[in-house]
Each structure stands twice: as structure tokens, then as C-alpha cells.
Ligand binder design. Structure first.
Ligand code: SF4
Ligand code: SF4
Length: 306
């Protein structure tokens, strides 16, 4: 991935940091979809599946299983940011120049994050358009895409011009005023509800709950194409208190459906790769019985699980 640092004023177009464009997804919306992952998030959940998305800034990822200990990376690093003992990249020294990535013959290093304009992103998306005939389209994910409202607005307009269906995934902590211009145009909004107790929410994901709930209520009560989702995380979001609170909240805003997203720990592997600060929870996956029981609890309360 080539890092392009380009200030907004030089291009006349808003920019945003993107760390991946994944093709041929059959999740995250209808049909065959292309997923765009933005870098940067305003929450920090310990169960995050994309720890490489947390920081807005580009980062260098290290894949230990590919490393042949040639240490050409160490030789080319003018900042002495690479420490071969235990292989650490000193993020305080690293300028993310990418020289080590170029030097590695084994693809053990990768630059994560590049700055794009909506037009540049659109150029990449358009190659996938034939697959969107499946009823698919683009889903903006992250990280938190609503951190870049000007970029997303422009990109959604470009998609509309090309007849491309757009979905967006959000954790809901955004400025409604800044985001309404594109929320009014997207075809699908996946809105995550995590922890419904304000104190626990702040303790667990690091930010308050009030804005999230008021945004959820606004979208649900004003006819937006919003679908709510809950990541099921053992001991965090699947407690009786949290499930009861989620049911009560959804009913209070007149919504009767909820996507349940099963916890898996694949994100924890990536924490080491990007030297992330995220805590490893070390939780086991759900049994089929436990998942069925959670789904039944929602169903019996009048909320249809998906
Ligand atoms: S250049 Fe690549 S293979 Fe060699 S030590 Fe660095 S990361 Fe490992
Ligand atoms: S990106 Fe540049 S500064 Fe950072 S470790 Fe690699 S060579 Fe050194």
C-alpha cells in the first residue's frame, strides 16, 4: 500500500485515511459488496476486531510469521526505530516513511493506512461495479466513517451518480448536524448498540452514551434506513441487565429488530501485528446453545433477532 500524504487544501477535495478496501463480501449489507475501512475511531472497545483502525495515523504492521530475520529493515531505517531484539518498531521514532516496508523481501512489513480523496476511492470502487448487479454495493466501515463527514458526503454523492448502493456502519457517536447531509442519502445504516448503562459504557469503551442513544432515536423515529446491531461479547454485552436495557431502548424508539454479532477473537491476533494497545480479553467463543438462548430472550421480548 502506497502512503500518500496530501493536505486538503492542495487537492480541493476532502481526504480521509483508509486502511483497506475488501472486495466480494457477502456480509455487511445486501448482495456482493466492497467494504471500505476507515482509520480512526472515537471509541475503544476491548473486543474490537480491527485494532489497526484505532489510530488515525498510518502505522507499520509486522507479520512475525513471515520474517526471515534478514534485518534489511533495520539497516534502511534512518530513525533507528527498529529494534531487532523481540522485533519492536519504536512508534515514537517511526516517521512512517515506508522504507523498511520497501526493503523487506519477505513482505513481513506493511504500511497500513493511506490518505485518499473521494474521487480516488471511487476510481477503485468503479472496477467492482459489475458485481453490484447482485443487488450489492459499497459499505463504509472502520474505524468510524462518520469521523470524515465531508469525505463521506462527497463519496456518497459520487456513488449516487453511478447508481451504487451505499451502506454505512457506525458506532453512533457522531455530530448529527455534520453527518445528516450523507445520512439522508445512504441506503442503509448499520448502527451498533453495545453497552446501554451510561457508567459502564464510559468505563468500557471510553466515551459517553448520551449522543449515541439520541442519534439512534433520531434515526429510528425519522424514517432513516437504520438497522441496529449488537456485538455479543461474553460478560460485557450479553449480561441480563444489558440485554434487558437494549430491549427496553429499542421498544422505546419503536424498533423491533436487532442483528446479533457473535464475538470471535480474531482481532486479538492483529493487536500484536500492529503493536496495538488494546487489551486482550482471551474470551472463548459462544456455544450454539448460548447463542440460541440469547436470541430467544430477545424474541420473547418482541425483538426479532437477525
Ligand atoms: S527486512 Fe523483513 S524479513 Fe528482514 S528482518 Fe526486517 S521484517 Fe524481517
Ligand atoms: S517506516 Fe520508516 S521510520 Fe518507521 S520503522 Fe520503517 S524505516 Fe523506520
Amino acid at each position: 500500500m502506497v502512503l500518500v500524504k496530501r493536505p486538503v487544501e492542495l487537492t480541493g477535495s476532502p481526504t480521509a485515511p483508509v486502511f483497506d478496501v475488501q472486495r466480494f463480501s457477502i456480509h455487511d449489507g445486501p448482495g456482493i459488496r466492497t467494504l471500505v475501512f476507515f482509520k480512526g475511531c472515537n471509541l475503544h472497545c476491548d473486543w474490537c476486531q480491527n485494532p489497526e483502525a484505532h489510530d488515525v495515523q498510518p502505522t507499520v504492521a509486522f507479520y512475525a510469521d513471515r520474517c526471515q530475520e534478514s534485518f534489511s529493515c533495520e539497516e534502511v531505517c534512518s530513525e533507528q526505530a527498529i529494534n531487532r531484539s523481540g522485533f519492536r518498531i519504536n512508534v515514537d521514532r517511526c516517521t512512517v516513511c515506508g522504507d523498511c516496508v520497501e526493503s523487506c523481501a519477505y513482505s513481513a512489513l506493511r504500511l497500513i493506512g493511506e490518505t485518499l480523496t473521494p474521487e480516488e476511492l471511487m476510481d477503485r470502487i468503479l472496477t467492482d461495479k459489475p458485481y453490484f448487479d447482485s443487488g450489492g454495493g459499497v459499505t463504509l466501515s472502520g474505524g468510524e466513517p462518520t469521523l470524515y463527514p465531508k469525505f463521506v458526503s462527497r463519496f456518497v454523492d459520487l456513488c449516487a451518480r453511478s447508481g451504487i448502493h451505499v451502506g454505512i456502519e457506525t458506532a453512533g457517536r457522531f455530530s448529527l448536524e455534520k453527518c445528516l447531509p450523507f445520512l439522508e442519502k445512504v441506503d442503509l445504516i448499520y448502527f451498533d448498540l453495545k453497552i446501554l448503562d451510561p457508567h459502564q459504557h464510559e468505563q468500557t469503551v471510553g466515551k459517553g452514551l448520551k449522543t449515541i442513544l439520541s442519534n439512534a432515536e433520531y434515526l429510528a423515529k425519522n424514517g432513516f434506513p437504520v438497522e441496529f446491531r449488537m456485538p455479543l461479547v461474553p460478560g460485557y454485552t450479553d449480561t441480563k441487565e444489558n440485554i434487558d436495557a437494549a430491549i427496553a431502548f429499542l421498544k422505546s424508539i419503536g424498533h423491533q429488530k436487532l442483528h446479533l454479532l457473535e464475538y470471535h477473537n480474531m482481532g486479538e491476533v492483529k493487536i500484536d501485528i500492529v503493536q496495538g494497545k488494546q487489551r486482550k480479553l482471551g474470551l472463548s467463543r459462544y456455544t450454539a446453545e448460548r447463542l440460541a438462548a440469547i436470541a430467544q430472550t430477545f424474541e420473547q421480548a418482541g425483538i426479532t433477532p437477525r
